[in-house]
Design a protein around this ligand. Sequence first.
Ligand code: SF4
Length: 324
Amino acid sequence: MEQTTTILEVRNLKKYFIADTDFFGRPTAYLKAVDGVSFSIEKGKTLGLVGESGCGKSTTGRTIIQLYEPTAGEIFFNGKTLSKLSEEKKLRRQMQMIFQDPYASLNPRMTVSDIIGDPLDIHKLTSLGERKDRIINLLQMVGLNSEHMSRFPHEFSGGQQQRIGIARALAVEPSFIICDEPISALDVSIQGQVINLLERLQEELGLTYLFIAHDLAMVKHISDIVAVMYLGKIVEMTNSLDLYSKPQHPYTQALLSAIPIPDPLAQKQKRIHLTGDVPSPIHPPTGCNFSTRCPHAFSRCSEQEPAFADIGAGHMAACHLLHR
Ligand code: SF4
């Protein structure tokens, strides 16, 4: 039997931002960007976190890596709580992030050599004699070479800039990487190359990924587990095969129906058009968050929040229709 080790566990994570204050500066309204999210990721696996813009998926990633302080909930990394992360510098090094806009995430005044060498220096990972060889090694791991060392970020294409960002993340030898929409800003022709690179590195280095994307098509091939977010909450989560072949939550069904299939004759499922806009996370609907747009909503949906629970064989979903 295959042994599994949980690298990351997130329990009931919440991140609220103050949206309004009264005359005395006291908060009167909160934007509930992440509102009770729970999941875990096994070593060497990828969890794809998907949802429309503003659903809280990137805030979830940034809260896990402690760019934001959680409002509530617990984060365990290798079994240790991250609440006192500042005291756990070594743990922090093991978690890295790759960003959506590779150019914006690279210092335009630094050469590639300095960009990748910086984390090596900060964490004192190489001696002066080893530094150059390690930078070349990292560049080769991401499909670049020593000739690129003295160049600046603007001299590279978007795909190459993302490769530099990946090399910088790998410099500190992380075990877990949050990939925050790493292919969304790239040409479609380049997206597959970056996915292939991330998959190869995962295989070679045993990396674990949280892969964030706004489109189910983007996470299909890389994810072992897929979680779908809507308005700060996960509404469905299961293994990749089940999610794409047997989606159960009405929101997931609508997202999947919007993915174009290359052969129009093969498009068996009718596109589900959702009406209305995503409600404000400052004033979410009562009951089910999706009730204002769900084609199957009934009276109970706006009165009672559905539990996020197992509907069979570990397939999790939050919908009254699935828990009767
Ligand atoms: Fe739709 Fe109701 Fe299910 Fe929410 S609980 S997804 S509104 S049917």
